[in-house]
Design a protein around this ligand. Structure first.
Ligand SMILES: Nc1ncnc2c1ncn2[C@@H]1O[C@H](COP(=O)(O)OP(=O)(O)OP(=O)(O)O)[C@@H](O)[C@H]1O
Ligand SMILES: [Mg+2]
Length: 501
């Protein structure tokens, strides 16, 4: 049985690491010798699939048979992809194909038996449904997922374990598809996450999109056809746009050759223009970073180091913005595309069955999403979202809230589980509902709702009948119970049948 490995399952690129005999993690190269593998799957007509570099190249030629950025769809019950052979895929099954490929490449490289136990990283801001989907993807790929670990925590683990440095760190992780900002404290061997925030739809891809729009407009102004009109042209434009963006991290200007409909033009894009057309994207990340530091009651003088993680932090505008905000230069935490996977390998080493020596760092992470329940507020007579576990609570976490029945002889209560921190039900996300039978009591019978977050931030719910002192039921918010937009509207109109004590 092979040793456990760490996998950074990224939106655009994935990386695999393992602890060496000396306890330091190293990257396991893929079968092509690459240290990172594009998270791209190309479905061929005969039912076979290509994953990685070859699939990424095929995206430009066969965009309709290729899936990219599947991580953005994790936890979305409505997303489906039909392969050319008619097989319908879910985000989990496509992610599983990527994981399977990473597993096989690791086995090929190690040559010493099957890889089974893994730690997979997820953005800190991933919610319950996305975390479950990630674990399911691992299971479908034949892996035993020891943990899902937050990406910024993994990065800090790799950085902290290496440097044995105490202090307060801000991890600024801007990858291909997601943005995460996390503040943590490392002291006496304990990595204490203080708070986290993020946007799961902000990443390098959005910068690429802006370049695409700009280039397409210029190309048309120069007499060319609309490059977004065909999938093939659009895929070519995307490829050129990402290359242009990367070039502008090194150079002040780049020349982009474009050709379609018999028109060939070479366009010039400067770094200034690039930064101008993407400034609002960077501002979103900046504002969220500033608010998190404020929310934690910290000043920038309390933050000892700013760590840059994720390939998109190579854009010069990122460290420049952070230096303006924090008054100090941020630091590059190793190789920004590899550090998360190295941290996952460290955690995998800690989680490995049979391990009993003291780990170099103990991790205390926090919840990234508040959890609540919708009920009637006795004071106002209005429906309100009652937060039961606020975000940034240490995990594992368990909290309960008391409610009471609203009519005599009530035999059912409807638990509406929400995610978010707002009191107003319209500003939180309904992540599950469950109707529960109770014995008939006079109005006002006390009911307890207990929420628990496990170490992977997966949610478990228990409902108690306080009159009988019994547990009525326990349930999980499963992916199947994940609601589409229609269900959410229905559920908001449901009977208001619980009230606060
Ligand atoms: N030199 C560079 N300049 C600008 N952007 C870059 C550079 N190198 C890589 N990137 C961008 O970084 C992104 C990939 O980063 P990374 O591998 O950290 O993301 P990921 O792990 O796939 O995504 P996520 O963490 O969001 O799931 C891509 O959008 C890529 O274009
Ligand atoms: Mg990443």
């Amino acid at each position: 049985m092979g040793r456990p490995i760490g996998i950074d399952l990224g939106t655009t690129y994935s990386a695999v690491s393992m602890l060496g005999e000396d306890g330091t993690p190293t990257i396991l190269p893929n079968r092509e010798g690459g240290r990172i593998t594009p998270s791209v799957v190309y479905f061929q007509d005969d039912g076979s699939v290509l994953v990685g570099e070859m699939a990424k190249r095929s995206a430009a030629v066969n965009p309709l048979d290729t899936v990219e950025w599947v991580k953005r769809h994790m936890g979305n019950p409505d997303w489906r992809f039909e392969a050319p052979n008619g097989v319908v895929h879910t985000p989990e099954s496509v992610s599983a194909l990527i994981l399977k490929r990473l597993k096989e490449d690791a086995e090929l490289y190690l040559g010493d038996g099957a890889v089974r136990d893994v730690v997979i990283t997820v953005p800190a801001y991933f919610d319950d449904a996305k975390r479950r989907a990630t674990k399911d993807a691992g299971r479908i790929a034949g892996l035993n997922v020891l943990r899902v670990l937050n990406e910024p925590t993994a990065a800090a683990l790799a950085f902290g374990a290496e440097k044995e440095r105490d202090g307060t760190f801000l991890v600024f992780d801007l990858g291909g598809g997601t943005f995460d900002v996390t503040v943590m404290n490392i002291r006496n061997g304990v990595l204490d996450v203080m708070g986290t925030d993020g946007l799961h739809e902000l990443g390098g891809k959005d910068w690429d999109d802006r370049v695409m729009i700009w280039l397409n407009r210029e190309f048309q102004a120069a007499g060319g056809p609309d490059l977004m009109a065909t999938f093939e042209d659009e895929a070519m434009l995307r490829d050129r746009s990402e290359t242009a963006k990367r070039t502008l991290s090194q150079a002040l200007t780049t020349k982009v050759p474009l050709s379609a409909g018999g028109v060939t033009r070479t366009l010039s894009l400067t770094r200034d223009t690039f930064e101008e057309i993407t400034s609002d994207l960077l501002n979103q990340a900046r504002d969220m970073t500033i608010s998190l530091v404020e929310e934690l009651g910290l000043g920038w003088s309390h933050v000892d180091q700013i760590l840059l993680v994720g390939g998109s932090t190579r854009m010069p505008a990122v460290p420049r913005m952070l230096e303006v905000v924090a008054g100090r230069k941020p630091q590059v935490a190793g190789n920004p595309d590899e550090v998360v996977s190295l941290g996952a390998a460290l955690q995998a080493g800690l989680e490995a069955p049979g391990r009993d020596d003291t780990p170099p760092l103990v991790v205390k992470d926090v919840t990234s999403q508040g959890l609540g329940v919708i009920a009637l507020d006795a004071d106002t007579g209005q429906e309100r979202n009652f937060t039961i576990i606020p975000r940034n609570t240490k995990i594992p976490a368990k909290r309960s809230e008391g409610f009471s029945t609203v009519v005599d002889g009530q035999t059912e209560i409807n638990i509406r589980v929400t995610q978010g921190d707002d009191d107003d039900p319209t500003y939180v996300k309904l992540i599950g509902t469950q109707t529960i039978e109770i014995p008939p009591y006079p109005k006002g019978a006390p009911i307890g709702v207990e929420y628990a977050y496990d170490i992977d931030q997966i949610v478990f719910i228990s409902v108690y009948d306080y009159s009988a002192q019994t547990l009525i039921t326990s349930f999980e918010v499963t992916n199947d119970a994940n609601l589409s937009a229609d269900d959410i509207d229905d559920a908001h109109d449901d009977n208001r049948n619980t009230e606060v004590n």
